[in-house]
Design a protein around this ligand. Structure first.
Ligand code: A3P
Ligand code: MG
Ligand code: MG
Length: 384
């Protein structure tokens, strides 16, 4: 009898237990075996054109076109900054809109597996919908020392939608970017132009305009432990000469970085840059990263290919290194935390998760139309 009461009390406690208020981020808490991460599967693709219009196709996919073997590159990344640059308006917040548009146009595809699926009772048959870039930030959180984040979460018809909110600090930095910083940003895109062609047999048009409105995105489905995920991520190009023409095997991520001259610079590159490169490409299963190292003048004279799956081996011996397992275990814990906290299914309700370096993740609940991010056209199309 006594045992019974104790059991009943435990059940009662569990039923009335309030959700945890914070999530700890210390790296040592997540230093365990690598969690289950299902091989990412491409569910579809979409494109954004030069005017940022959405297309439910691959029209913006570009093809990897490196200089012929033996030719060392001489890419002037500053070329065209003044006169051949059309920059996307970063003050316009698109939130999840393009991905939601893709979802509405591809509902059949997504719900096809619903009947046979285990326990998901959501409309979409997915636990989480978000951008790859948001997940990259979650993955690198245990090691991030500078930039905090704000992630808005809405539970709607059984699916948790995660959309980033720009922090005050990020907004200030964006608005106060120096000319040199603006040019550096341009250079990352200019590098892409030197290595990408519009067709699989084509060659790069380096005299053209760099327009950062243009994007090609892959929509990927995967699973992290018990969490099913659907996310979109921008892909720089596909290699039509790669042995596997399946996506994401044929995708290539392009990156630029400062030329490395000293052991110190190498350490800092391994510690702060490679983690971001790895997280970004690992999530959607992009196997190769082609990096261009630029000198002080902004010229790339050498390319280096990194295999995403080998990056963790490269840094293993480093002092004060980072571990992929910590990143993934933390992400798993964060998604579990979101599920515990966001319990009310309501498209107008936002749970705002916030994190600053050195602190725990905390959250607040908002019924604020300026924070709500699921568009009326999306909500009504699903509810009706
Ligand atoms: P680099 O990656 O060579 O720095 P991505 O690499 O993700 O395809 O992004 C292409 C380019 O966009 C980047 O090139 C960089 O120039 C710019 N960019 C991307 N994210 C950025 C950020 N958070 N801040 C500033 N620039 C960014
Ligand atoms: Mg890109
Ligand atoms: Mg890139």
């Amino acid at each position: 009898r006594k045992g019974d009461t104790r059991q009943e009390e435990a059940v009662k406690r569990r039923q009335t237990a309030s959700p945890p208020t914070t999530l700890q981020v210390q790296e040592n808490l997540y230093d365990a075996a690598f969690p289950f991460y299902k091989q990412p599967l491409e569910m579809g693709r979409f494109s954004l054109d030069a005017t940022r219009s959405f297309f439910n196709d691959s029209r913006q996919l570009r093809y990897y076109s490196p200089p012929p073997p033996g030719d060392s590159p001489q890419f002037d990344l500053r070329d065209g900054y003044r006169d051949r640059y059309v920059k996307r308006d970063e003050s316009i917040k698109e939130r999840l809109d393009h991905l939601l548009q893709w979802i509405l146009l591809n509902q059949g595809l997504l719900k096809a597996g619903a009947a046979s699926s285990e326990t998901t009772s959501s409309w979409l048959n997915k636990d989480f919908v978000t951008w790859r870039g948001h997940l990259t930030k979650v993955l690198t959180t245990p090691y991030e020392k500078q930039e905090g984040w704000l992630l808005a979460v809405t539970l709607f018809q059984g699916t948790y939608y995660i959309s980033e909110v720009e922090t005050e600090a990020a907004r200030r930095q964006r608005e106060e970017r120096t000319a040199a910083q603006e040019e550096l940003m341009y250079m990352g895109y200019k590098f892409e132009q030197y290595l990408c062609a519009a067709t699989s047999e084509g060659i790069p048009d380096t005299g053209g305009v760099v327009n950062t409105n243009e994007a090609f995105c892959t929509v990927v489905q995967t699973k992290l432990n018990g969490h099913s995920l659907l996310f979109a991520g921008e892909v720089d190009c596909a290699d039509s000469k790669h042995r596997s023409q399946k996506a994401p095997d044929c995708y290539v991520e392009l990156k630029t970085s400062k030329e490395i001259y000293s052991a110190n610079q190498q350490r800092s590159f391994n510690r702060y840059k490679l983690i971001k490169w790895w997280a970004q490409s690992f999530l959607p299963g992009v196997p190769r990263i082609v990096a261009g190292f630029r000198d002080e003048e902004g010229t790339v004279a050498s390319l280096k290919t990194f295999e995403t799956m080998k990056i963790s081996h490269m840094i293993r011996g480093d002092w004060n290194s980072w571990k992929p397992a910590v990143c993934m275990n933390f992400c798993n814990a964060f998604l579990s935390f979101v599920k515990k906290v966001a319990t009310q299914d309501d498209p107008r309700l936002v749970y705002l998760f916030s994190w600053e370096p050195g602190s725990d993740v905390s959250y607040s609940k908002h019924k604020d139309p300026t924070l709500a991010f699921l568009p009326a056209w999306y909500v009504s199309s699903i509810t009706e």
